[in-house]
Design a protein around this ligand. Structure first.
Ligand SMILES: Cc1cc2nc3c(=O)[nH]c(=O)nc-3n(C[C@H](O)[C@H](O)[C@H](O)COP(=O)(O)OP(=O)(O)OC[C@H]3O[C@@H](n4cnc5c(N)ncnc54)[C@H](O)[C@@H]3O)c2cc1C
Length: 317
């Protein structure tokens, strides 16, 4: 403790206001009071940027066992079976809960509308407002969080370190970026939900907040980090020099988009039998190989089979 810090106490501290932090905070609020800290605006997160959708075995033509098998296959032997089972078995319950809490997924008539995406053998991707799925889920979770009296949210609170006593985390320190004041927050437990590290790369589709702070903070406090080599390189992003790498959703290929090299030839057949619907890592590597082979800086994502009207409605962003 230092004299220059303002001291606060809370039962549970949550760092991050993305989908993980908000959902965790709502759960923790059943056991005590909660403070959520975010280093930027509350809706500045990868979660709010997620476009294409969220996979869940909820449609009439789907089965949890199929979702499990597809996930294990896409993981190419690297998935933890228990983690996959948990995801696919509990997914339907938590998606239904998001709907109860006001998330408006797109519908075809009265039924939920499911899209096909790479590596899935069924149409099982729910989406919202076309390609604003993350923004809609974040909106519903924030509204839910705001409705809980003993759950508080603080924006522009940049967490810098964990406080430990005898090897146990007892709180954290943060800077209020609006006025530069220093704070100590003491808590029974701290949940780090600070998202990914995409911004460490020159080319990224991630928001500015994705700088891996939580991993650094945890490491400094003595945590063991694992699986750090698993980094998703999304196959398609807009390649315009000088412009941000706007992510071109997986759902574009799910809706029939095809990849062509600089000579306008389709090439995915050479790399995987599922072609454009192969797992993302396969498609990403195929694109790089094709760019190297043709000595070009980009490939094309051809959506010309779809009408302008369809594309504007399905992918308004
Ligand atoms: C463009 C894009 C499209 C995507 N599309 C999809 C999709 O269609 N389907 C899908 O399943 N996934 C998609 N994803 C991935 C998905 O968005 C993320 O996996 C998920 O949102 C991560 O949620 P999170 O809560 O862990 O982290 P985030 O949503 O990134 O939240 C991190 C939070 O931590 C806070 N934070 C970070 N450091 C600090 C600090 N030092 N102090 C205080 N606060 C801090 C941030 O301010 C933020 O509130 C997409 C990602 C991107 C970038």
């Amino acid at each position: 403790m230092t004299n220059s810090h303002k001291i606060h106490h809370v039962d549970y501290a949550v760092v991050g206001s993305g989908i993980a932090g908000l959902r965790g905070a709502i759960e923790l609020s059943a056991a005590g009071n909660v403070l959520v800290l975010a280093k930027s605006n509350l809706n500045d997160s990868a979660a709010a940027w997620a476009q294409g959708g969220i996979a869940v075995a909820l449609s009439d033509e789907d089965e949890i066992g199929l979702h499990e098998q597809d996930t294990v296959n896409a993981g190419d032997g690297l998935c933890r079976p228990q983690a996959v089972a948990l995801l696919v078995e509990e997914g339907p319950k938590y998606i239904s809960q998001l709907i109860e809490w006001g998330t408006e997924f797109d519908r075809a008539g009265t039924k939920l509308a499911f899209t096909r995406e790479a590596a899935h053998s069924r149409s099982r991707i729910l989406h919202a407002h076309g390609d604003s799925t993350g923004r809609e889920i974040s909106r519903a979770l924030l509204a839910r969080a705001h409705s809980i009296p003993h759950l508080h949210l603080r924006a522009h609170a940049f967490t810098t370190e964990l406080i430990t006593e005898s090897g146990r985390v007892t709180g954290l320190r943060f800077i209020d970026e609006t006025d530069g004041t220093l704070h100590e927050l003491h808590a029974n437990a701290v949940l780090l939900a600070t998202g990914g590290v995409g911004r460490l790369y020159r080319e990224t589709t991630n928001p500015e907040v994705a700088t891996g702070d939580g991993m650094g903070i945890a490491y400094d406090a003595g945590a063991v980090l694992s699986d750090m080599e698993f980094m998703q390189f999304h196959p398609t992003a807009l390649a315009i020099q000088g412009a941000p790498r706007f992510l071109l959703s997986e759902a574009l290929r799910g809706e029939g988009g095809v990849l062509r090299n600089i000579g306008l030839e389709r090439f995915m057949k050479k790399y995987h039998e599922a072609q454009e619907l192969a797992p993302r890592d396969v498609v990403a590597r195929a694109i790089v190989s094709e760019m190297q082979r043709t000595q070009s800086t980009h490939v094309y994502l051809d959506m010309t089979k779809k009408s302008q009207e369809f594309l504007k409605k399905r992918f308004p962003r």
